[in-house]
Every structure is written in structure tokens, then in C-alpha cells.
Design a protein around this ligand. Structure first.
Ligand SMILES: [Zn+2]
Length: 196
């Protein structure tokens, strides 16, 4: 089942997510629905706050980037096979050089901006079977994880832009909150008045 994606401006996108345990209600179905919702919207990642749940859960499948010739053959191979569920993730370390990459977000359609982030991360999380993992990533994989991890911390990529850039985007962001935008996938807009 595809779920509506929560648009910019909804307070749920600003909440710090809480940990979940194995008894979280219908977790398998929730994860299945998140995959379906993400693929339908042509995304490479989706975090639970984006479907209205302030919990520490996100999913990533970077295979669409595998065709991108901006990346080395080794990196393409990694991107092709990277499909993971992250539960209760905690960022252990971010290090290395800052680099910029043009990011977008399913909750902020039609806005893409260069975002600067550190190159290498170490993250601790539980996989979908609740096995504990600690892994280190760099390059685009680190980038996608950082973007999704920010969501469970209540942070959006637009927060990382200069104040000038954010000022310039204000009108566009307001229009997204109001639903004044054409989107190919189902969304829920915070500032749309309910019709009576
Ligand atoms: Zn996002």
C-alpha cells in the first residue's frame, strides 16, 4: 500500500524520532509500505517521519544511481546492491572532507540544492531482523544515509543551506506547504484547509 508523503511544513518532519522495538505494531507491513511508497515516488530513501511517524526508521535503495556515470565502476557496483532498512540508527562519527552534492527530498518536491556534508560516516543501527550493525560508508552511500538520518533527527536538507539561499526559497517552500504544486505521487500538505 502506498502512503501519502508528508510535505514540508508539517511538524512531524521536525520531531526527533523515538526508538522502536520488535513489538512495534505491524512493523513488517510498515516497512513493506515504505518501500512501495518510496519506489512509487522514484526515491532512493524514505524516513518514517515522511509518512507521519516520528520513529527511528528509514529505508534506502541506491540502485537508481548505479547507471550514473559520474561514479566510478566500483562505486556503481556498491550503489547497485545497496538496499537496507535502518532501525534505531545512531550516527557514531562523521569525518573527512566536506563535499557538495545536489540533493532533493520527496517531502520538498521540485527543490534541488547543493548540500555540503562530510565524506565518511560510521553508523550503528539494527537491520530489519534487529541484528546490531556498525558500519562505515563514504561517498554517495554516506550522503544518502546522512540525508535519511537527518529526517529521524527532525532535520531537512534545506536547513543546511545559507541563510540567503533559504530566504530565496521561502516562497517556494510556502507553496509546497499549501499544496500549490504539481506532484506525481500522493502527498499530504500541512497548510491545506479541510473542506467542509
Ligand atoms: Zn528527504
Amino acid at each position: 500500500m502506498t502512503l501519502p508523503i508528508i510535505a514540508y511544513g508539517d511538524p512531524v518532519l521536525r520531531k526527533k524520532g523515538t526508538d522502536i522495538d520488535k513489538n512495534y505494531p505491524e512493523l513488517d507491513d510498515l516497512i513493506t509500505n515504505m518501500w512501495e511508497t518510496m519506489y512509487k515516488a522514484n526515491g532512493v530513501g524514505l524516513a518514517a517521519p515522511q509518512i507521519g511517524l516520528a520513529i527511528r526508521l528509514f529505508v534506502i535503495d541506491t540502485s537508481p544511481f548505479a547507471e550514473d556515470e559520474d561514479f566510478s565502476p566500483e562505486e556503481q557496483a556498491m550503489l547497485k546492491d545497496f538496499k537496507k532498512v535502518f532501525i534505531n540508527a545512531q550516527m557514531i562519527e562523521e569525518e573527512g572532507k566536506n563535499w557538495s552534492f545536489n540533493e532533493g527530498c520527496l517531502s520538498i518536491p521540485d527543490i534541488r540544492e547543493d548540500v555540503s556534508r562530510k565524506d565518511t560516516i560510521t553508523i550503528q543501527y539494527l537491520d530489519e531482523d534487529f541484528n546490531e550493525k556498525t558500519e562505515t560508508y563514504d561517498g554517495l552511500l554516506a550522503r544518502v544515509i546522512q540525508h535519511e538520518y537527518d529526517h529521524i533527527e527532525g532535520v531537512l536538507f534545506t536547513d543546511k543551506l545559507s541563510s540567503l539561499k533559504r530566504r530565496l526559497l521561502k516562497g517556494k517552500l510556502n507553496n509546497i506547504s499549501k499544496g500549490n504544486i504539481v506532484v506525481e505521487y500522493k502527498m499530504r500538505f500541512p497548510a491545506v484547509k479541510k473542506m467542509r
